[in-house]
Design a protein around this ligand. Structure first.
Ligand code: FAD
Length: 247
């Protein structure tokens, strides 16, 4: 029989203080949070956030952690405002620096990357599906910059690219990192592609290496389409990990 210490720890709700808020795009804000008790996390994990109204009604949603595991005791979320949504508009319109919110985590055991998993890593993100991939990229840059990484990032417009300046900066200074951007609703800018991710984009990404470990994150339709393309490009299904945000 398992003794109490060997049983999996039940995740408790706890409060977290909002230390900083930054507009990343017209529809995405990032939130730096300091949870009361925080034992760290692995790149790719998420937290659950719970809002409770004065009458007791509560709503709960998941949000990926975008920061790298850095021992700071804080985490960064990036939340896209969904028109008519219950929880994301609250973050955009009501939450202020100094407020306290309720969360539990970290959560997730499959959609994670650390150096023991190795590489090369192919990251494919649609919209806010970039968030856990950013945590992986940031973590890789700290612990294993020699591991090749490619990010294929699809967004509607140039202005919708989350952490855009940081991504371009990483692309320019990290010779083992390649960034491929597709804009679906704005004609191409120099160095960026127009339209949805297609098979050519995946083949271009994987041409120089073999044995890719692939992470795909975004809405249900995005993850379905990108997974099909990855498999059609010859990547083994058992090397592809996915995280679906809904929608
Ligand atoms: C593991 C996990 C991690 C997530 N991480 C993030 C994150 O880092 N950043 C982030 O912004 N979101 C993330 N999400 C999505 C998030 O949990 C919510 O679903 C989202 O914020 C909408 O919540 P809401 O209460 O505002 O809208 P709701 O009231 O739930 O829905 C409003 C409307 O939007 C639609 N909708 C809901 N979610 C989506 C979606 N993803 N795409 C398209 N339409 C949708 C619904 O069908 C509905 O019509 C994550 C989801 C999961 C499961």
């Amino acid at each position: 029989m398992l003794d109490a210490s060997a049983r999996p720890r039940r995740l408790e709700w706890q409060s977290a203080v909002v230390e900083a808020i930054e507009a990343q795009t017209p529809t995405v804000k990032s939130f730096r949070l300091r949870p009361e008790r925080w034992g760290g996390f692995r790149a790719g994990q998420h937290v659950d956030v719970r809002l409770t109204a004065p009458d007791g009604y509560s709503a709960q949603r998941s949000y990926s952690i975008g920061s790298a595991p850095d021992g700071s005791g804080t985490i960064e979320l990036a939340i896209e405002e969904m028109r008519n949504g219950e929880v994301s508009p609250f973050f955009h319109e009501v939450v202020e620096v100094g407020d306290t919110i309720e969360l539990r985590g970290p959560i997730g055991g499959h959609f994670i990357w650390d150096v023991s998993i190795g590489g090369p890593i192919l990251l494919i993100g649609g919209g806010s599906g970039l968030v856990p991939l950013m945590s992986m990229l940031r973590h890789r840059a700290i612990v294993a910059p020699e591991i090749p990484a490619v990010l294929i990032y699809s967004a509607r417009r140039y202005d919708d690219l989350i952490w855009r300046e940081e991504l371009f900066h990483r692309r320019d200074k990290d010779r083992n990192f390649r960034l491929i951007v597709n804009l679906t609703r704005e004609s191409a800018r120099p160095g960026l592609h127009f339209g949805r991710i297609d098979a050519d984009r995946i083949l271009e990404a994987i041409a120089e290496e073999t044995s890719w470990i692939t992470y795909i994150c975004g809405s249900n339709p995005f993850v379905g389409a990108a997974s099909d393309l990855a498999i059609a490009a010859g990547l083994a299904p058992e090397t592809i990990r996915t995280e679906r945000y809904g929608g």
